[in-house]
Design a protein around this ligand. Sequence first.
Ligand SMILES: Cc1ncc(COP(=O)(O)O)c(C=O)c1O
Length: 497
Amino acid sequence: MKTKEINLQEGDEQIDLVQSTKPILIENLNFRQQKHLETLIASYTQRTKTSKRLAQNYRSVLADPRGSEGFYPLIKEIVYPIISKHALNSKMWDVDDNEYIDIAMGFGVNLFGHNPSFIRDALAERLEQGIQIGPQSDLAGEVAELVSDLTGKERVAFINTGTEAVMTAIRIARAATGRNKIVLFSNSYHGHFDGALVKAQKTEGNTYTVPAYLGVSPNIAEDVLVLDYGHSLSLEVIKAHKQELAAVIVEPVQSRQPDLQPKEFLQQLRQLTKESEIVLIFDEIITGFRIHLGGAQAWFGVEADIATYGKIVGGGMPIGIIAGKASYMDRIDGGMWNYGDGSFPRGETTLLSGTFCKHPLAMAAARVVLKHLKNQGPTLQQQLNQRTSQFVKKLNTYFEFEEIPIKLANFGSIFNSVPLSNSDPSVNSDSSEQATLINYLLYHHLIDKGVYLRLSFSALSTAHTDEDLDFIIQAVKDSVKELQGGGFLPIPSEQIG
Ligand SMILES: Cc1ncc(COP(=O)(O)O)c(C=O)c1O
């Protein structure tokens, strides 16, 4: 898709945003664009003034990346997080009592929308019993059985977050194989465990793994190979390093690029890791229970050795789950043994620990979520996936018609914008840079119109109604019109003059 020239009114100077050096400053904008920005900032800051005031009030004491997330000089005055007060079903209300249709949905936690009564009741009931940390949880066994039932995994362990689940799964793989190196793939996200905060850097034809963030030790990077996802060459690299590899961890469909769904690659990877006795870990923290009751593994017909889950299962409470084949999970506790005979925990174990593991509220929420999923059966996911595909298709048709350089892709009920260059080789990187700016402005327009979203992740829940989806589509159309009027988006050639 090629963008048409911005339709300028008399007196406007043509500014080529595509060619602008980053970051674009107010002086780089023409009069009409400046006016548009002023109007957006005035409306946004008036509407969400308490969020802004609280961000400023507490900035000196609250060290929080959310406070300056997406900082861009051009829109500095509207860089602050929207602070929520309460939420129900598909909606959220902020501290200024503005109502939003929420499509961030707790970064993928709220499959059933906000505050569903079946989870709320289970939590309220549990709270009456007090919060016992220390004694064994009375619900852990039952929740483990439910997870095993739905995922087909033999054994299940609980931890507090997705990050911890990934960290533990990797530790188990190293313990079981006696090898140190792992493979992960570019663009994946596995949480904020140091061992996964690395990236590939290409220098003079060679690829190295380097820390992705300040403070991550280069020593950690030495144990990780970062390969291209979905590329057959990556399988060759794995084959070449098979003697040193403890595990390959995949985010089967990366929430950052949901259009990349490499079924065949995953099946080949399964075959290769099996032959090489490398532990295959599926990070199903987003895809688990969402794309299919059996997660991405059931969707792609691939059974991993270990899988990690979180988000949805906790029903809003923090949770991380490691589930897998007994031969690996036995590294946690020595495996099966019985009373009254000579059996005992066998094999060398590694550490699984945490004060809050199997937290009573997390277990109560997980039990009711898993029971609900089991009772609903596969139609819950099938219907939601289909509704999301239709919704995304409607928006893409509109973007194409208006020649807007934005394209969405979905994997089941999660969706995200994808670089146009992924699907259209004629689009150059300048255009995708322009698309980033447009995404950014569109994001603030949508919030201003009552759609709460995150730039990096969107999801629908079973609580979203057809009216909600129509509201979002209308908000997108109204925002696009305003951006066209403000000279930030091209007006399709047929609509000019
Ligand atoms: C695929 C994946 N893995 C791991 C994590 C980390 O989970 P948590 O934020 O619960 O630590 C996330 C979080 O977004 C995720 O998307």
